[in-house]
Write a protein that binds this ligand. Structure first.
Ligand code: MG
Length: 266
């Protein structure tokens, strides 16, 4: 951990000390095709226009992700939707990236841990995972995320892992301990949005998801900041790049020079 590490209100799973490769991935809009919190806000909270305004405020640095995200979720709770309602709605409406199952199974069979690093709330992620990936995998997969606080009257709000950080959950704190290991693994990070900005520059290989709807805020950020990354649309093409690095056919640098995972295929 660095000196500036924010205090964590939630535990971390032990780090994988003896692995050669570790995958860390955002959940919403990266492993799933749609961001579940955006979905709730757009359809059950204050709506898409206001949400996008908030996203742009975060991208431009005028507000923090923490404060903007809390307001988004509050708008859902204030409209009378219980946390259990949200679970059921998301189980019905969220879908996995069509390449993720194969990606996850390939990593598992090659001794590569896949850790979900999310700004979402743990119980919602597990509920959706159970219905999409099966109970067994949903139980075993590691999740480093935020949590929820539910009051006796049913009102709920997000419980941030790092309340003192403008990110609410500073995702870099899931990556940095690996950097301090005597023999650090090669770290792959996957993300798509503003909540991944805190992690973006700390991975060895950064994959940035391009979305059909054009809401590729992490890509915008990385291009603007000049952060090297590989853009991808689907975990199938990302897997092909990961396989090249794991087999040693491509160095990390060569992989990063691709810039886009689809370049492997043409
Ligand atoms: Mg996301």
């Amino acid at each position: 951990m660095t000196e500036a590490a924010p205090h964590s209100t939630l535990p971390y799973p032990p780090i994988h000390k003896d692995k050669k490769f570790v995958v860390l991935s955002d959940w919403d809009g990266t492993i799933t095709t749609q961001d579940s919190n955006d979905y709730m806000t757009d359809n059950y909270g204050y709506g898409k226009a206001k949400r996008r305004e908030g996203n742009m405020e975060v991208l431009s640095g005028r507000t923090t992700f923490r404060d903007s995200f809390r307001e988004m979720l509050e708008s859902v709770s204030k409209n009378g939707h219980t946390f259990d309602d949200c679970k059921e709605i998301l189980k019905k409406n969220m879908k996995l990236d069509s390449g993720f199952k194969d990606f996850y199974r390939w990593c598992s069979s090659h001794d590569i841990p896949v850790i979900i690093v999310s700004s979402g709330m743990d119980p919602l992620i597990r509920a959706v995972l159970s219905s999409l990936l099966g109970d067994e995998d949903a139980k075993n997969i590691e999740i480093i995320s935020n949590d929820v606080e539910i009051e006796p009257d049913g009102k709920w709000s997000i419980k941030y892992r790092h309340p003192s950080s403008g990110f609410g959950h500073d995702k870099s704190q899931a990556i940095l301990p690996y950097r301090d290991l005597p023999d650090p693994p090669t770290l792959f990070f996957f993300g798509d949005g503003v909540s991944d900005m805190s992690a973006a520059s700390h991975a060895d290989v950064l994959f940035v998801k391009l979305k059909e709807d054009g809401e590729s805020d992490l890509a915008t950020y990385c291009r603007h900041e000049g952060i090297p990354h590989i853009e991808f649309r689907n975990f199938s093409s990302a897997l092909a790049v990961v396989q090249k690095v794991v087999s040693g056919e491509k160095s990390v640098q060569e992989a990063m020079q691709l810039g886009n995972a689809e370049k492997l295929f043409n």
